[in-house]
Design a binder for this molecule. Sequence first.
Ligand code: G3P
Length: 217
Amino acid sequence: MKFFIDTANLDQIREAQDLGVLDGVTTNPSLMAKEGITGRNNILKHYVDICNIVNGDVSAEVIATDFEGMVKEGEELAELHPQIVVKIPMIKDGVKALKYFTDNGIRTNCTLVFSAGQALLAAKAGATYVSPFIGRLDDISTDGLELIADIRLIYDNYGFETQILAASIRHTMHIINCAKIGADVMTGPLSSIEGLLNHPLTDSGLKKFLEDYKKGN
Ligand code: G3P
């Protein structure tokens, strides 16, 4: 399972990278705005800064919602750095843009996916990644994990190579359950990744080991 961090915060990206388990980064316009990154040039520079911190894929989202606009913007994003994956929303022109980028060797991440049907379309169009938003489904009392399981089944039935990128991860249990289902990638905040570290028996066990060591030395 690949671990992506879902943030545009460079300090958090560095911290996750330093942990040694980071495989990539996802961003979106809201995450960019949260960090105060505004204006086209600043946003493009920020993507390059992120690529220079991590070794893996960095999703950069288009703002256009029409086919021509998405193609123009996506090509510009892809030119920025070889690690860039163009993030395209799951709308009709988005599906056409996914197919265009597939045919032209540009990697894509289909975002804002909330149903198995949308995930099937993204795979048919050749998306590199599909991003089902599980936390946002949970928010409206719909089981986000069930969607991950449905997409896994459908992709395995037909051998689709599109990678399931479980997005809108909110906590550690989301990661563990996505791993049990077989999501290829998860993207979440640093807290969800660091949450995997925690166990009270680890803390008390280490405390005892250190106390016993001190007794004998
Ligand atoms: O990057 C897309 C997705 O992960 C957003 O998550 O927490 O805003 O639902 P969230």
